[in-house]
Design a binder for this molecule. Structure first.
Ligand code: FES
Ligand code: FES
Length: 79
């Protein structure tokens, strides 16, 4: 597994809709952050699927260093 690209040193606040699927970019190369646009192809990275259970504002990790997968855990503060 390579090192992910740091797309942003802060999270993305996204309004998610209940029942909708989202594909978080784990590689950091997507131009459609924080979500996958297929740019990971040819690498060891794959997007991480998330299904929203309710309408909410969630903070998706932009630095790709979070230990909490798709979601910011504050790790970006150490970059
Ligand atoms: Fe990053 Fe798909 S573009 S995981
Ligand atoms: Fe990655 Fe906060 S943006 S841990």
């Amino acid at each position: 597994m390579g090192t992910p690209h740091i797309a942003s040193k802060s999270p993305y606040a996204i309004d998610v809709e209940s029942g909708k699927d989202y594909y978080w970019c784990s590689c950091g190369q997507s131009k459609a952050q924080p979500f996958c646009d297929g740019s990971h192809q040819g690498t060891d990275f794959a997007p991480q699927k998330f299904t929203a259970e309710e309408n909410a504002t969630l903070y998706f990790c932009g630095c790709k260093q979070s230990a909490n997968g798709a979601f910011c855990d504050g790790a970006h503060q150490k970059l």
